[in-house]
Design a binder for this molecule. Sequence first.
Ligand SMILES: Nc1nc2c([nH]c(=O)n2[C@H]2C[C@H](O)[C@@H](COP(=O)(O)OP(=O)(O)OP(=O)(O)O)O2)c(=O)[nH]1
Length: 137
Amino acid sequence: MSDGARIIRIVAAVIRNEAGRSLLVRKRGATMFQQPGGKRDPGDADELATLARELREELGCELVAGSARLLCHCSASAANEPDRRVEAAVYTVNVRGEIAARAEIEELCWIDPAAPNVPVARLSREHILPLLRGASM
Ligand SMILES: Nc1nc2c([nH]c(=O)n2[C@H]2C[C@H](O)[C@@H](COP(=O)(O)OP(=O)(O)OP(=O)(O)O)O2)c(=O)[nH]1
């Protein structure tokens, strides 16, 4: 596989509640929890359009316009495809509406970024959760 084919580009969301816990999702058939989000579709105007669409599809909630802040760009081996790397643009966002597992999402979990009590995919565990520790963004 060429280097380009090995890379999966995604846009990912950090959603936090009042207690500072962060929302992770587990897809059907997967064991690891990861950030809500996904790959850009050809019809998406930009990264935030991708994020808004994925949040609607996966969680049934709406991205609050103007709330997204770029947290980081990061990369790790992909959770569900070990021979590939995932490269992510990660945004902290506010959402509106009730959050519920939809489509291919089997389980939701609000974790303490400093002490997740579920198995967490590498991108989140190594790069994203460390940025959230002690911060109540
Ligand atoms: N969404 C998301 N994907 C992640 C994370 N960490 C990580 O390794 N991945 C991997 C899992 C998958 O191999 C790939 C993303 O694929 P995906 O299946 O979530 O994206 P998608 O919803 O757009 O895909 P698709 O079902 O439309 O094909 O990136 C993460 O925190 N969030």
